[in-house]
Design a protein around this ligand. Structure first.
Ligand SMILES: [Zn+2]
Length: 358
């Protein structure tokens, strides 16, 4: 949506330049034109880089949604109050989330596929494919609710993990105590890849996580759940054995709100808010059936504005109302110690790349 309106601005600029070549207006026109020209160019490159992003959990890849706006940039020169450790993001201090000391033995089993929680009365909500322009808003909501969730993060999908704004929101999520898990570097269908290519999808993102956060996750979710549906299928065995060899617990879901299938970030939306919520809420209530005491693992995407503004608040209210304990995916599988959410914990890199091009 933004791209369409901004596309006209360089043309207006050209006209201005032609009309007023010798006047002060020309100078103003050029200045304005340069600004919008750069702005529009950046926007276009961002759009082209994020073409494969939709996660349809029940079928194959879906149509590409409209462009997602850029994540707001952090304040340009973060300044920490003296004596405090953490990251300043848009004027707010997020203390460093330190993970030191010895953890108990992990509970989640590498290579095993978990489709729901194992601890009675726990309910995890998780968000795939981000971070995106909407993730800060989601983190604000979760802070307000006092809840921790799981983010299944890509390296280069909606945005590049090394983009300073993406690094910033990812650090905020991590340092706020949310679980950070892997969703592969570029969101491919893993059954279509060789074992070597699957490994690269995981290890390239591992390097980025180490650079940005100083951790390597222990938990992952295959894009589309691909590689977990065909028991005994050779390609599924290849995926699961490769992931197991890399030490990852595989987690899918028992509730998918289908936001990636039916929502968009266009203006106007194809579905009204009411129509959208009717479907998405139905996907939750038809599984939960208004009962407490079971376990559930719910999949959403923080790459849709209405998932963050409408569906996440509704979900939290509904799930809380039934008396569930809302915890991250790893916690509901028995790994309650955050140190067990990660295979490696160390210092982040002093400097990182700022783009995903190599
Ligand atoms: Zn996904």
């Amino acid at each position: 949506m933004a791209a369409l309106t901004k596309e006209k601005k360089p043309m207006q600029t050209k006209n201005k330049v032609l009309i007023a070549a010798v006047s002060l207006v020309v100078v103003v026109g050029i200045v304005v034109g340069v600004y919008f020209g750069i702005h529009n160019k950046n926007n276009a490159s961002n759009n082209s880089a994020s073409s494969n992003k939709s996660n349809n959990p029940t079928a194959g890849p879906t149509t590409t949604s409209a462009s997602v706006p850029n994540i707001p940039q952090p304040s340009s020169t973060p300044q920490l109050p003296s004596g405090q450790n953490g990251t300043m993001i848009n004027g707010t201090l997020f203390p460093y989330y330190t993970l030191t000391g010895n953890a108990p033995a992990p509970v989640g089993v590498a290579g095993q596929v978990y489709t729901t929680c194992t601890t009675p009365n726990t309910f995890s909500i998780s968000f795939d494919d981000g971070p995106s322009a909407y993730t800060h808003e989601l983190l604000d909501l979760l802070d307000k609710e006092g809840l921790k969730v799981t983010f299944f993060v890509n390296g280069n999908n909606e945005g590049c993990i090394y983009d300073p704004a993406v690094q910033s929101v990812l650090k905020r999520a991590f340092q706020s105590g949310h679980q950070i898990a892997s969703h592969t570097w570029s969101h491919p269908k893993l059954t279509t890849l060789t074992a070597e290519a699957i490994t690269t999808e995981m290890t390239r993102l591992e390097q980025a996580f180490m650079d940005v956060l100083g951790v390597v996750p222990r938990y992952m979710r295959p894009p589309f759940g691909d590689g977990t549906f065909g028991a005994g299928n050779a390609n599924d065995i290849k995926v699961q054995s490769t992931i197991k060899g890399l030490g990852y617990v595989i987690t899918t879901w028992d509730i998918a709100t289908t936001d990636a299938d039916i929502d968009d970030n266009t203006t106007p939306h194809k579905l009204t808010d009411d129509a959208l919520l009717k479907v998405e809420q139905g996907m939750v209530t038809s599984v939960v059936k208004g009962l407490s005491g079971g376990t559930h693992m719910q999949l959403m995407h923080d790459t849709y504005s209405r998932t963050v503004s409408l569906m996440a608040p509704w979900s939290i209210n509904y799930i809380k109302g039934l008396g569930y304990k809302m915890v991250p995916v790893a916690t509901c599988l028995g790994d309650v110690d955050p140190r067990n959410w990660y295979q490696k914990i160390g210092p982040p890199a002093a400097t990182t790349p700022t783009t995903c091009t190599k």
